[in-house]
Design a binder for this molecule. Structure first.
Ligand code: GLN
Length: 248
């Protein structure tokens, strides 16, 4: 299972966010503390998206382990941002290992990540995929469950559905079509983060001016709180709301 992280708050370097903490995302790529549902390391790629200003995010994705890419280490030293979404990937058996299969997936201001697996892939998703424009299916970033989940969420966002509702509706529809799936989704526009806890771990650490959401705490700060399963989190740098997924 992959690991992902989102940060909103005062500008911080990618090094501070991804490399420095004792159980950082980079460390989680080779020594995660909580890998439920298969896999032991997250070596099948990684991606980082950040917002350099008020505009659209910049994204860097690779299909190699994050620890083996000198470029991300250099970028991390010199890049700071007040909004970041990053992920390290453990490909589900049978799914392609390509740059395009690594989160974050993106469109306009949006960045998206999936931590988990869709059961019965791909057959279980045929009915939901059939609700998408054919063009969306032909232009998926990769033939993976995560890329299709992004297409399903994006289809709702394009139609003007609010982000929290787009995430909740997608989790509910996919869980019904593919029971037992793990559907921890993460979506940000650089101002608000929406995250689901559905079959996998999710923790939050909020301060008065910042928020971190992550698959697992990256340090031993007592401020980390585990999000119970079946919840949806909506967070800005200054506030966190937790809803039942079914109530969004
Ligand atoms: N199943 C997805 C993939 O293979 C998500 C990765 C994960 O959480 N293991 O890309």
């Amino acid at each position: 299972m992959c690991r992902h992280l989102a940060y909103l708050g005062p500008p911080a370097t990618l090094r501070e966010l991804l490399f420095d903490p004792p159980y950082s995302l980079v460390r989680q790529s080779w020594a995660p503390r909580d890998m439920r549902g298969g896999g032991t390391i997250n070596a099948d790629g990684f991606g980082v998206g950040w917002y350099p200003g008020d505009g659209e995010p910049v994204r860097y994705r690779r299909s190699q382990p994050i620890w083996s890419d000198p470029t991300i280490a250099q970028l991390a030293e010199v890049t700071s941002a007040g909004a970041v979404l990053a992920a390290v990937r453990s490909a589900t058996v049978g799914m392609a290992v390509l740059d395009g299969a690594a989160a974050p997936f993106a469109e306009g201001r949006w960045l998206f990540s999936h931590n988990g697996v869709v059961r019965g892939w791909p057959d279980s998703m045929v009915p939901l995929a059939a609700t998408l424009p054919v063009r969306d299916l032909l232009t998926l970033d990769a033939s993976t469950d995560s890329a299709l989940l992004w297409a399903l969420v994006r289809h709702r966002l394009r139609a003007g559905v609010k982000p929290a509702r787009a995430i909740a509706e997608t989790v509910t529809a996919v869980a019904a079509a593919a029971p037992g799936s793990r559907l921890n989704l993460l979506l940000t526009d650089g101002r608000t983060v929406v995250a689901s806890a559905a079959g996998h771990a999710l923790s939050i650490r909020a301060t008065p001016a910042s928020v971190l959401l992550a698959s697992e705490p990256h340090d031993d700060d007592p401020g980390w709180q585990a999000v119970p399963d079946g919840r949806l989190v909506e967070a800005t740098a200054t506030g966190v709301r937790v809803h039942a997924l079914a109530e969004v």
